[in-house]
Ligand binder design. Structure first.
Ligand code: GLN
Length: 447
């Protein structure tokens, strides 16, 4: 597949025939990465996750409850894309309401990993990553609440970037956990990610958490020769598989050889990351999902009375994982447990952020694994807690609101991709992309 940079040089006609080709290849591929092939008009086609609104397109968050719902307006990112010569093309599969790490919880069935069709593509933006890696999308948008862009990118050997919280508008994004969600690019390489990031980042008065700090073009200032100080978190890495630990050590060496300064650090609070995230995220999710009652959006199952209609619609419309999280979220917000769980999680969230900030006093970037293992086999994770544990390296970044990018660096013995992430200071996307470009050049990953 041509890169995003190359696609920007193509004529209208060439792009139109590319779309036809992509649709045909996607159907033949059997990856189940696309839900449909809607198109929003002219411009370089970008695949859109099924939780980002495109005017007059169906948007379902891969849930039964939203079947039949058509978006009345476009998300700000879609408007931004249009203004910069891009268009929306195709709906990417995902975990229902972006809750998951494998894209197995979708109403549309599981997406397959192009590197091994018995493997998951990761999640929740698994359709976006599988399509880009599988050569059936030029680039895609995903959303990242606790790793959903970076982890599928790592599992599929492509690049995935989560911007600083507030840098990309959430207006028109189906909310999962509003204080954590960010939309970001999934691409074939780092430069393409910078191009797509530049296209979507903006200040937006329609999103009250959108930042009005000045925005400069990343691509125009991209510099792979910039020498950076990169922190490695020694106590963090030991929980990853041996292959990932080896890839990590090799990458540290490659970065040192490229002229970057490596500093060694430890983090004390990482053991609280998962608990903190799953309290905050489920509390917010419960609140956000309360609106799906069968009256205002999508699917309705008629009951004997209003309460019965709510009950039937929600019981039949939401899948098992979403229902589990609604229960968890209601529990941690209930009056008897609020202080013990939700309030405490908010306090720990500050500790996590402080710990990152302390490291950033001495370093520009932090290098970390993206996931503790490569993509697991489809159907192999049965215990939800086991699934939650696989988010151990990504969720703290969302809790702290930081930017991070996942870059493929190596493959394991069975040919499955391994990605590592560079984490930056809030609003210092430039250092994140500069470091990532240098990393990409130093490790020389081949597909
Ligand atoms: N796997 C995490 C979860 O299930 C992250 C999902 C996401 O980033 N949307 O909550």
């Amino acid at each position: 597949m041509i890169t995003l940079k190359e696609a920007l040089t193509k004529s209208k006609e060439e792009l139109e025939s590319l779309k036809v080709e992509m649709e045909q290849k996607a159907k033949e591929s059997g990856l189940n990465a696309y839900i449909d092939f809607s198109t929003s008009g002219e411009g370089v086609p970008i695949l859109i996750k099924d939780n980002i609104q495109v005017k007059e397109w169906s948007v379902t968050c891969a849930s039964k409850i939203l079947q039949g719902y058509v978006a009345p307006y476009s998300a700000t990112v879609i408007e931004n894309l249009k203004a910069k010569g891009f268009s929306a093309f195709g709906r990417a599969n995902m975990d229902e309401f972006a809750m998951g790490s494998t894209t197995e919880s979708s109403y549309y069935g599981v997406t397959k990993n192009p590197y091994g069709e018995d493997r998951v593509p990761g999640g929740s933006s698994g359709g976006s990553a599988a399509a880009v890696a599988g050569g059936i999308a030029i680039a895609a948008l995903g959303s990242d609440t606790g790793g959903s862009i970076r982890q599928p990118a790592a599992y599929c050997g492509c690049v995935g970037m989560k911007p600083t919280y507030g840098r990309v508008s959430r207006f028109g994004l189906g909310a999962y956990a509003s204080s954590l969600d960010q939309i970001g690019p999934i691409t074939q390489n780092v430069e393409d990610a910078a191009i797509l990031y530049d296209a979507i980042a903006s200040h937006d008065t329609k999103d009250s958490t959108s930042s009005d700090l000045p925005l400069e073009s990343i691509v125009e200032n991209l510099n792979a020769d910039r020498k950076l100080t990169i922190a490695v978190i020694d106590n963090y890495v030991s929980e990853a598989s041996e292959d990932i630990q080896k890839a990590y050590a090799d990458t540290v060496k490659a970065l040192e050889e490229a002229g970057h300064t490596i500093v060694h650090k430890n983090m004390a609070n990482t053991k609280y990351d998962i608990a903190t995230y799953y309290i905050v995220a489920t509390a917010e999710a419960t609140t956000n999902l309360a609106r799906y009652d069968g009256i205002r959006y999508g699917n309705r199952v008629e009951g004997d009375n209003l309460a019965d209609t709510f009950l039937k619609t929600r019981s039949q419309g939401f899948g098992e994982e979403v229902q589990r999280r609604i229960l968890l979220g209601n529990f941690v917000l209930s009056s008897g447990y609020y202080d013990a769980y939700y309030l405490k999680a908010q306090k720990v969230r500050h500790l996590i952020r402080d710990e990152f900030n302390a490291i950033f006093e001495e370093a520009d970037l932090i290098l970390s694994p993206v996931a503790p293992s490569v993509a697991p086999k489809i159907g192999s994770i049965h215990d939800p807690l086991e699934m939650y544990k696989s988010d151990m390296y990504t969720i703290a970044i969302n809790l702290a609101g930081l930017p991070a990018i996942s870059v493929p660096v190596a493959k394991d013995g069975e040919g499955m991709p391994i990605g590592l992430q560079l984490i930056g200071k809030a609003f210092n996307e430039q250092a994140v992309f500069d470091g990532a470009l240098s990393l990409e050049k130093s490790v020389n990953y081949t597909k």
